[in-house]
Design a protein around this ligand. Sequence first.
Ligand SMILES: *[C@@H]1O[C@H](CO)[C@@H](O)[C@H](O)[C@H]1NC(C)=O
Ligand SMILES: *[C@@H]1O[C@H](CO)[C@@H](O)[C@H](O)[C@H]1NC(C)=O
Ligand SMILES: *[C@@H]1O[C@H](CO)[C@@H](O)[C@H](O)[C@H]1NC(C)=O
Length: 519
Amino acid sequence: MKRIEEAIALFLISLFSFSAAAAAAAIDRSQFPPNFLFGTATSSYQIEGAYSEGNKSLSIWDVFTRIPGKILDGSNGDVADDHYHRYLEDIELMHYLGVNSYRFSISWTRILPRGRFGQINQNGITFYNNLLDALLTKGIQPFVTLSHYDIPQELEDRYGAWLNPQIQKDFAYFADTCFKAFGNKVKYWSTVNEPNLMAKWGYMTGQNPPGRCSQPSCPSGDSKTEPYIAAHNIILCHAAAVDIYRKKYQVKQGGFIGIVMASNWLEPFTDTPVDKLATSRALSFDVPWFLDPIIYGDYPPEMLQILGSRLPKFSIEDKKKLQTKLDFIGINHYSSLYAKDCLFSPCDSETSEGNGFADRTGEKDGHSIGAKTAISNFYVVPSGMEKMILYIMERYNNTTMFITENGFAQEGSRNPSNEILKELLNDKERVEYHSAYLSSLLKAMRKGADVRGYFIWSLIDNFEWLNGYSKRFGLYHVNYNTQERTPKLSAKWYKEFLQCSAEISIKADGDVKQKLVAY
Ligand SMILES: *[C@@H]1O[C@H](CO)[C@@H](O)[C@H](O)[C@H]1NC(C)=O
Ligand SMILES: *[C@@H]1O[C@H](CO)[C@@H](O)[C@H](O)[C@H]1NC(C)=O
Ligand SMILES: *[C@@H]1O[C@H](CO)[C@@H](O)[C@H](O)[C@H]1NC(C)=O
């Protein structure tokens, strides 16, 4: 009897996923609320270049990328997309797409090259004011991140940046400076981008700057304590910035402030209770690590239990500061993985404890969880979008959300051959990816999730951190020799999606149906 029910359920699921694919083909902008934000996303270090112009100082990424062997193709963001000089051209690209919003980040080192130990740099203020004015002229709402990985190296050198509570003073001063200079033009602020990855990759695995982890993998650091100290300071930095915004600016400027979390989904590796528990722990050690303190005033119970005294405590004063909470949760969602228990059957991975005694994998019994992409742990699993949103909706009482990043990576060297270039431009996998993820997003919204916007990562190919220029996420291809931008098929698709003309769509067999439009 049970077998038959399972067979019927499987049959229904397969029918359902087939119709979901067909539905994905039909989706367009008209299915979303009229005031929904549709945009593209970038970050300062990944696109701006001009790393030493206009009295900008060096960020931790400027310094880190110069250490031999750190970046896959030995590159750095010195020039990147030269957006610093080409921002008007890039705004034209967005205007052409028809987006109503643009998510970007402010380079801390342009505004305060020496943190609070030096002057406000007028060149930096002018650059972002020009960018904001040009966006607003085109009817594009700025959605601004204060810190997207790149912070002044001076703060690292002086006191260890995120590891020192002093960072709260610097972050508060930086935030205040930005609200004051730009707040009448900006309605959406995010304090920090992906602090969960910053803490894990900067202080647990040490793969990102400042490259700290336990010896012998790193020259210095402590993977078992520092990630939690850095996270604690980041949470209090967020609270300090929100406090300043609420008290001094929000009423007058009428905007919203939130934080952006790396929010990939996890499925239990097997149906066993231990893997299900491991999945729930691994999820708690990720997004709720930051959002539970910000929204409910303390770390998730599983973290308190497993980490004990290694988890810093919020003082009564800290808890008071945390009461300012946030206005929205930014969700960067790309992929899903399986989570496997490491508590009852120990794993050999060094980071399993930091993931709640769970290991992550995309492979099971010779099959991957979804189609592979150019980024090794990123698989195409559209249903993960809906699940992640519903998880956050339920845990945080229907707080407003924005999908601040969602994107598909292509393999592509810095100088692709003409043949490869043709393939890169005909990125039907990316069109398929976004269609499917948007339709998963719609399902979550129809179940009551209060999602107000969606940003594609990224507008243009750019410096993809440790991968250098070897991975391409852009709707526009960038030729790094000439800085020429060329629309990919996905750029044309996004434009038509936004115009509701749906002239490019993916048929059920994966073929691209395309009515050519003039460019
Ligand atoms: C940068 O700062 C120095 C003083 O430290 C000043 O002389 C110079 O003119 C500044 N450069 C720009 C482009 O503003
Ligand atoms: C959840 O949100 C509702 C409506 O905004 C509010 O009335 C309620 O108090 C919230 N519950 C919690 C536990 O925060
Ligand atoms: C969440 O909030 C939105 C906007 O306030 C509302 O429309 C929706 O019904 C709420 N969903 C749930 C599940 O309460």
